[in-house]
Design a protein around this ligand. Structure first.
Ligand code: PMP
Ligand code: GLU
Length: 397
């Protein structure tokens, strides 16, 4: 059969491909350390697992309303009001099959063919492909050297075809968290050029020091009116395999996403919706909206401990690391040890010689860097640093 131009032009997600490769090597007996995939190495909170079990054993796992169960949409609206400020209502929320799918659906409802969409580098590897899938043109914009947003560079990238911008704070892959002042300057930029904002806030809970994450939607009514927030259960609650997330946006956008989903997925997984509801409101719908399962705080504390070990370890190996205030990635600059094959060659050689799997910065638009996910045990982090140190010695020799 002949594939169409769209599908033959799409690349396989590099993060997922590398993870599969590392798993394949491990199952063939190689002692692989994988810091490739960004996936919490914790179990879902007990309350979420219990809710999933009850949903299944209750026997009536059926289609739910397309936009999600009323209880889950109400819980998400309450959670948004408590964490992003203002008052959110369920008609601004459409539950989706994962945050990844929520991003794709939000783009499908806003991008016209030929629209330019700005991506702030380093940008998660799926953004560019998702924009292309719906006929848009991704336009990458370099950050400052600390991986913070460079408003002057964004200004310079705007053309008469620019319609929107995708942002991700805390960032995958750099861990950079935008300050309130940066978000305000960014908001003013979007107002000036009348851009919509797709704000991927999947790592919101994972900020380890300093100011918390600030959503552009929380800054003013007019910014909220141009912002689509995407979030989900994968990172905050270690529920990656449940595949559940949402879009929160002005009601007409949330409704458009639901219309699209009604034809594409039918509804999000009912079991996962029950589990996500329990994670978001572990003490029930009338309790403190900021209440969370106890495992979350413990997981964040452990990520924070690992973050310090990995950043110190990489610095001791002579690498510059943009300071990661959030998420669970370190994104060191390896420019001084790259050959002509760039970060891809670096990661291939590292996997080959030291069985250490990490992700080339090129897939995030920054070839001078590599990404290490520290969502893995402290023992593996220490072993990874030893292997990377040995590898750097050979590259520097
Ligand atoms: N955005 C970013 C930046 C991510 O790292 C991820 C993790 N894969 C997602 C969105 C999607 O999360 P999920 O599809 O697991 O909900
Ligand atoms: N967010 C993770 C990562 O960046 C999951 C993999 C993916 O969905 O691409 O590694």
């Amino acid at each position: 059969m002949r594939l169409n131009r769209l599908s033959s032009g799409i690349s396989f997600s590099a993060t997922l491909a590398l993870d599969s490769r590392a798993k394949e090597l491990a199952s063939s007996g190689v002692d692989v350390v994988s810091m490739a995939v960004g996936e919490p190495d914790f179990d879902a909170p007990r309350v979420a697992r219990e809710a999933a079990r009850v949903a299944v054993e209750g026997g009536s796992v059926r289609y739910t309303p397309v936009a999600g169960t009323p209880a889950l949409r109400a819980a998400i609206a309450r959670h948004l009001s408590a964490t992003r400020g203002g008052t959110w209502t369920p008609n601004e929320v459409t539950v989706c099959h994962s945050a990844k799918h929520a991003l794709a659906s939000a783009l499908a409802c806003t991008v016209e063919p030929g629209d330019e969409v700005l991506l702030v580098l380093p940008a998660w590897n799926s953004y560019g492909e998702q924009v292309r899938i719906v006929g848009g043109v991704p336009v990458s914009v370099e950050p400052r050297s600390d991986c913070g947003p460079d408003i002057a560079a964004l200004e310079a990238a705007v053309t008469e075809r620019t319609r929107g911008i995708m942002v991700n704070s805390p960032s995958n892959p750099s861990g950079y968290v935008w300050t309130r002042a940066e978000t305000e300057a960014f908001g003013a930029f979007c107002e000036r050029h009348d851009l919509w904002i797709l704000s991927d806030e999947i790592y919101r809970r994972l900020v380890f020091e300093g100011e918390p994450q600030v959503s552009p939607a929380s800054l003013s009514d007019s910014l909220r009116a141009r912002t689509m927030i995407v979030d989900g259960a994968s990172k905050s609650y270690a529920m990656t395999g449940y595949r559940i997330g949402f879009v929160a946006a002005p009601p007409e956008v949330a409704a458009a996403v639901a219309r699209l989903e009604s034809q594409v997925t039918g509804c999000p997984n009912a079991i996962s919706q029950a589990a996500y509801l329990a994670a978001l409101a572990p003490e029930g719908p009338d309790a403190d909206p900021l209440a969370e399962p106890p495992e979350v705080e413990a997981m964040c504390a452990e990520f924070n401990r690992r973050r310090r070990v990995i950043v110190d370890g990489l610095s001791a190996l002579g690498l510059e690391v943009p300071w990661p205030r959030g998420a669970f990635y370190a994104f060191p600059n390896v420019a001084s040890v790259l050959d002509e094959r760039g970060s891809v060659g670096f990661c291939e050689d590292l996997l080959e010689s030291e069985s250490l799997a990490i992700v080339p910065g090129s897939v995030f638009g920054m070839d001078q860097h590599v990404r290490l996910s520290y969502a893995t045990s402290m023992a593996k982090i220490e072993e990874a640093l030893t292997r990377l140190g040995r590898f750097l010695e050979t590259r520097r020799a």
